[in-house]
Design a protein around this ligand. Sequence first.
Ligand SMILES: Cc1cc2nc3c(=O)[nH]c(=O)nc-3n(C[C@H](O)[C@H](O)[C@H](O)COP(=O)(O)O)c2cc1C
Length: 188
Amino acid sequence: MEIGFALCGSFCTFSQVFPIMEQLATEHHLTPIFSPAAYGTDTRFGTAREHIRKAAEICCKDPLYTLAQVEPIGPKKMLDVLVVAPCTGNTLAKLAHGIADTSVTMAVKSHLRNGRPVVLAVSTNDALAVAAENIGKLLARRHIYFVPFGQDDATKKPTSMISDFSKIPQAVNAAMEGRQLQPILLEG
Ligand SMILES: Cc1cc2nc3c(=O)[nH]c(=O)nc-3n(C[C@H](O)[C@H](O)[C@H](O)COP(=O)(O)O)c2cc1C
């Protein structure tokens, strides 16, 4: 498969996501896509340059990160499926409201015009607060699927939820068959 793999700015999860990217790259062609935050922010979880280099090594391709680079994804039917992992609260909000002003949200918009699946792996502290409305909207949207998610620390972070990134390959296979991988809600 031709798989788009888009990373948003949930930096603490990158170390969990790269091994899955590596796993998928053994069987599929991957196109990495970085959101502006992912492409340009150095944090205590690593520098942007390190993350860009890592993704480029795994996918044997430099990440796409501008609107102009991702715009052809739809018209040229570049991808079979587009994974957004990690998907931030910010990107969830934009996707839920039809905003396409970043490389990742524009890639999703462009890809969806072909009626092909998008697989979101949420990772956000406000998943059970303001982002809940957006997750709800997207759950009801055609061609959008979720990587199963659950609360990661109900006591200390009562509104936080994170996907089980190890389930990305299964969620992708299910999405390619038009199915949502179940159970979608995991126990914390
Ligand atoms: C160190 C650090 C960690 C962050 N972790 C998260 C996170 O786990 N989830 C999230 O939704 N936003 C997180 N953010 C905030 C996003 O990076 C920010 O909302 C950004 O605008 C997201 O843009 P994007 O969705 O285009 O990647 C974090 C920011 C920083 C600096």
